[in-house]
Design a protein around this ligand. Structure first.
Ligand code: T3D
Length: 264
């Protein structure tokens, strides 16, 4: 896969997607958003892909919307409808990422702002370099959190922290992000990609269908009652039990050997 603002590398079942517009801290331009949509659609349906790492080139993970696109129209006194761009871009990208059947690790290499937070929050795991920093930023340009942040942020850090992060938009460091549960782990910057790849490789060795179904059912359960969730678990368990990896896992346990999962 060749793109203008993404670099996609494959290492066996693990694919690394690098946001590649370092001069603008990997701001999510329309081009980058469209390329992410394309790449994630293809990776999500590729049976040989069993884990994805998303990271940024340079000192930014992502600085959110590319604000340079707004300069010309605003100076001319034009008021483009932001909802049009949101619906065409992030409103397709973030659900696609959050619901991709593959496990996704965000390797947060540096600055995260605005919709860059949404991108990280839509991943299943967030490992941050010790020099990473986070700011919601939206309020500083008179906007509300978008790209799914109003949904994803309170679910990740709780409502009180989410409101604090969104309203004050202070820039917090990686240790503070860890203490709030915004990231799963903080590692020295030099170890970030090794740690992220090790986690992705570990995930890629697991029963990929069970992982996909776990993600899907957790997402569905957030909109259901306990009883509805338990009915759904029972239905989805039949899907999981129909895989070779289920048989392999049970037999490996009984035969006291390491399982060899194929993702099928
Ligand atoms: O448009 C829509 O559809 C609405 C959707 C909105 C969704 C959003 O994400 S709104 C929030 C957008 N993001 C921001 O407001 C963040 C803007 N950036 C910053 O506040 C700061 O750059 C950071 C706190 C992220 C990092 O600060 P610092 O001091 O480490 O770096 P810097 O010097 O400010 O930035 C480095 C370069 O990146 C600089 O370019 P230059 O001067 O070297 O040529 C800067 O202009 C550029 N840059 C940073 N963020 C963006 C950007 N260029 C375009 N868009 C950006 N978001």
């Amino acid at each position: 896969m060749t793109y203008e603002q993404l670099i996609v590398d494959r290492d066996g079942p693990v694919v690394t997607v690098r946001l590649n517009n370092a001069a603008r801290l990997n701001a999510l331009s329309p081009t980058m958003t469209a390329e992410l949509l394309d790449a994630l659609t293809k990776l999500g349906s590729d049976e040989d892909v069993r884990a994805i790492v998303i990271t940024g080139e340079g000192r930014g993970f992502s600085a959110g919307a590319d604000l340079s696109a707004l300069q010309e129209p605003y100076l001319k006194g034009e008021r483009p409808r932001l909802s049009f761009f949101l619906k065409e871009g992030y409103n397709r990208l973030i659900p696609l990422l959050a619901e991709t059947p593959k496990p996704v690790v965000a390797a947060i290499n540096g600055v995260v702002a605005g919709a860059g937070n949404s991108l990280a929050l839509a991943c299943d795991f967030r490992i941050a370099a010790d020099l990473a920093s986070f700011t919601m930023a939206f309020v500083k340009i008179g906007l509300i959190p978008d790209a799914g942040s109003c949904y994803l942020l309170p679910r990740t850090v709780g409502m009180a922290r989410a409101l604090e992060l969104a309203m004050l938009s202070e820039r917090i460091d990686a240790a503070t992000a860890l203490s709030m549960g915004l990231v799963n782990k903080v590692v020295p910057a030099d170890d970030l990609m090794q740690e992220a790849h090790a986690l992705a490789a570990r995930l890629a060795d697991l029963p990929t269908t069970a992982i996909a179904l776990t993600k899907r059912t957790f997402n569905e359960a957030s909109r259901m009652t306990l009883a509805e969730t338990m009915d759904r678990e029972a239905e989805v368990q039949d899907e999981a039990a129909a895989t070779h990896d289920h048989i392999e896992g049970v037999l490996a346990f009984l035969e006291k050997r390491r399982p060899s999962f194929t993702g099928r």
